[in-house]
Design a protein around this ligand. Sequence first.
Ligand SMILES: O=P(O)(O)OC[C@H]1O[C@H](OP(=O)(O)OP(=O)(O)O)[C@H](O)[C@@H]1O
Ligand SMILES: Nc1ncnc2[nH]cnc12
Length: 180
Amino acid sequence: MGAERSGPVKRTLESYYTTIEDFPAEGILFRDITSVLGDADGFKLAIDEMLKAIEGEAIDVIIGIEARGFMFAPVLAYELGKPFVPVRKAGKLPRETVSATCTLEYGEATIEMHADAFPPGSKVLIVDDLIATGGTAKATAQMVEELGGVVSSFLFVSELTYLNGRDLLEGYKVHSLVTF
Ligand SMILES: O=P(O)(O)OC[C@H]1O[C@H](OP(=O)(O)OP(=O)(O)O)[C@H](O)[C@@H]1O
Ligand SMILES: Nc1ncnc2[nH]cnc12
């Protein structure tokens, strides 16, 4: 028998994640994105797969949600030549804002976006690292629509399917690359 050939092992995006038990509270399985970003191949794979997921979609503006959405949305905005708009936790943005409150897997949050972030009618891609209950994403869509924008789709690196966040986003197009 001849020698077996083996090329470089192709890792999945999921394999770059680290899982931490009981963080930040007991009973939570925390899916840590920093180990994806902390590996150059992992980060490249994430960006490549994100770009592939939205290939061909009409997008005018890319929103990233603080803090972990900021790790991805600006890279996509740069790659696609589109403006980046931040959604931030309350009290951080300097100009007039719109706001929405959401319930999360652990806690509650109020988030804000600048009222002049994009012109009415803009097609908006909403990016975050993860969807859990979907509360943050839904609150972001409410703000986009309050400003006359149209949500083209949501794009998450990962999805906690057991929290059924997709149900809250019924009627919207939702992309996620890794499911836990
Ligand atoms: O689907 P949901 O239940 O709304 O949860 C998802 C959100 O929770 C996490 O952010 P977190 O609020 O922990 O803030 P961080 O990005 O600043 O760590 C995550 O990055 C999403 O933004
Ligand atoms: N289980 C989890 N892991 C990582 N980020 C999260 N955000 C909300 N729930 C999370």
